[in-house]
Every structure is written in structure tokens, then in C-alpha cells.
Design a protein. Structure first.
Length: 334
């Protein structure tokens, strides 16, 4: 009996000699979580590039954006009023934020009961020459807003162009009026003119081709407005340029691109502490009378009907009734 037990023991031990047992490894999800936390939190718009669009999220190479839960998105949009003054580009992003709020409200009873009316408002304003924005009836809603996005540019460049000087002067005065109107602690940003891919089907605005000289000077004018007024820029130009996430007209972003842009807005709007918020881009250019005069002289050297790159149709210029910048002074802001 002892001999039998010894033989069994020897066989078991012998079968395990020289066998390497691999230690347990961390799950893949844990690995990705650990690598993600090693990156610092994105602090400024410039930190977002370079990066790439992964699914419907923008993933910067050197920092990380906070992932907000549905509960956090719903409370943020419910508590903070979002006011967007824009064309269809800003409207698409603002609509995406509102959809997130509706989804959160559907699944969260506390959000549904507390934030029944959504804190959002959109005003259609395709160009700086849009008259409705000169009317004081919009100012009360603007005063209650916590985050304001102002986007003009594409219509000023092509359809209904009133010239680069008009764009700069009127946009600057509008921003100053809106800025004085906002309550303390509110944020206002300019939505940068997007990258326009070489696609010309399906849209009148699709005749804009990049790189076009007029597109470049209008983008420069917007940066000078930001420097002269002290507001920042919501700059997703590189995002669209790197990923080509555009609809067939080459201008508007796809649904995934709008979700990614909404995520950037959450990072700018939702954190309770100012130091935790993603900061907009501030060009920091000089805004002396001499600097403005020099810029206007440089812009004047680019013809209104500047020729486009080979393969792109000419950019249409449709003159329309343009408001004098002095008209803005008639708007009383109490």
C-alpha cells in the first residue's frame, strides 16, 4: 500500500517539475484605464491637438478629456443655460447637447423633475449682417445664459458678403455688447470658421474650397476680434481638418463629429471649478489702432472674388443690404 501511494506521489510531483505557471494578467479594460490615467487632464484648446476621432470621441495624443456620465450631462445642461447665436454649424452642435439632455432626463427621475424646461436657446444668425440680433428683445434671455456660443463667418465670406471690414467691425461691436450684457461668471466663445474640405456637391456653400485666400483672412479677422474683445475661441478647425469628418458638402460635420464637439463643450461648461474647465483659445494679438489698420490693409490686398485653387469653382459674391456698424450703437443695453 505504501509503495502504491509513493508511486502516485512521485508521478504527481514529476508531472509538475519544470512546468511554468504564468502569473495572472490584468484585464484589458484595466490596462486601458491605467494608461488613460497617466495622461494629464486637457487644460486648453491647444492641448487637444494632435489627436484623432475614436468612434464619436475626440482623443488627444498628450492629454485626456473628461468623460461625463448621462447624469452629469443632464445636470450641467439643466443648471446652465446654453445660448447659441449661429448658422447651421453651431446649431448642429447645440442640438447634440440638447439631445443629450433629453436622454438624461428620460432615464433620470431627479433630472426629469428638477429640470423639466431645458436651459437652452438657439438664434438663427447666418451672418454678422443679420438684423434680428440687433433687436433688444434677445437681451433678457442672453442675460440669463451661462455659456454663449457666437458663430458667424461662412455666410459673410460667400452668400451675402458685405466685405471683410464690415465683418470685423460689426462682429467686434456685437461681441462687446453681448459681453456687457452677460452676468458675472458667464462664458462667451467665438466658434471658429471650420476647415472646408474639397467637396462641392449638394450645397451652395460647398463652392467654398480650402485653402481659399478669403477663408483665411476671415478666420484671421475672427482671431483679431477675439483679441480685441477678450473672448476665447472654440477652435475645432484642426479636428475637422485631420479627420475629414464632413458631410458631402465638405462643410458640415457628421453626427460623430458633432458628438465629439459637444464633448468639448461639456469640458468647457460643466466642471464646477474654474480651474477644472477646458479653456478656450486666446490668440493674444495686439489690438491697437495701428494693428487694426495694418490688418485691414493686409485684408484689402485679397480680392473679394479671389480665385480658388485649381479644381475649385469661383467663390460667389452676393451683395446684400449691409448694416452700418454705427447701427449697433443705437441698441441700448441697460
Amino acid at each position: 500500500m505504501r509503495r502504491v501511494l509513493f508511486i502516485i506521489f512521485a508521478l504527481v510531483v514529476g508531472s509538475r517539475i519544470g512546468t511554468y505557471t504564468r502569473p495572472p494578467t490584468a484585464p484589458t479594460s484595466l490596462k486601458s484605464t491605467l494608461s488613460k490615467t497617466t495622461l494629464p487632464r486637457c487644460k486648453e484648446m491647444a492641448d487637444l491637438y494632435p489627436g484623432k476621432l475614436v468612434g464619436s470621441k475626440w482623443k488627444p495624443d498628450n492629454c485626456r478629456l473628461k468623460d461625463f456620465s448621462w447624469e452629469e450631462k443632464g445636470r450641467c445642461v439643466g443648471e446652465k443655460k446654453l445660448f447659441t447665436i449661429s448658422d447651421s454649424l453651431g446649431e448642429a452642435v447645440q442640438r447634440r447637447v440638447f439631445y443629450d439632455f433629453l436622454f438624461a432626463r428620460r432615464w433620470s427621475r431627479s433630472i426629469r423633475e428638477k429640470y423639466a424646461p431645458a436651459g437652452k436657446r438657439f438664434i438663427w444668425s447666418p451672418s454678422t449682417a443679420s438684423r434680428p440680433l440687433l433687436h433688444g428683445k434677445f437681451l433678457p434671455s442672453l442675460r440669463k445664459s451661462s455659456f454663449v456660443i457666437l458663430s458667424n463667418g461662412l455666410w459673410d465670406i460667400g452668400m451675402g458678403s458685405c466685405g471683410i471690414d464690415h465683418y470685423f467691425d460689426v462682429l467686434r461691436k456685437k461681441v462687446l455688447i453681448y459681453k456687457r450684457t452677460l452676468r458675472s461668471g458667464s462664458t462667451m466663445v467665438l466658434y471658429n470658421i471650420p476647415y472646408i474640405h474639397h467637396k462641392t456637391t449638394g450645397s451652395k456653400l460647398g463652392t467654398l474650397c480650402n485653402p481659399g485666400p478669403r477663408v483665411a483672412v476671415y478666420r484671421e479677422a475672427l482671431k483679431l476680434v477675439a483679441s480685441c474683445t477678450g473672448v476665447g475661441i472654440l477652435d475645432t478647425f484642426q479636428m475637422q481638418k485631420q479627420n475629414a469628418n464632413s458631410t458631402p458638402d465638405g462643410i458640415h460635420s457628421t453626427g460623430k463629429g458633432n458628438v465629439a464637439r459637444a464633448g468639448i463643450i461639456y469640458s468647457m461648461m460643466c466642471p464646477s471649478k474654474q480651474e477644472d474647465r477646458l479653456q478656450p483659445y486666446h490668440p493674444g494679438w495686439k489690438c491697437t489702432p495701428e494693428a487694426v489698420k495694418e490688418a485691414k490693409a493686409r485684408w484689402a490686398s485679397v480680392p473679394e472674388a479671389a480665385s480658388q485653387p485649381e479644381g475649385c469653382p469661383s467663390l460667389p459674391v452676393t451683395k446684400r443690404k449691409c448694416f452700418k456698424s454705427a447701427d449697433l450703437l443705437k441698441l441700448k443695453v441697460s
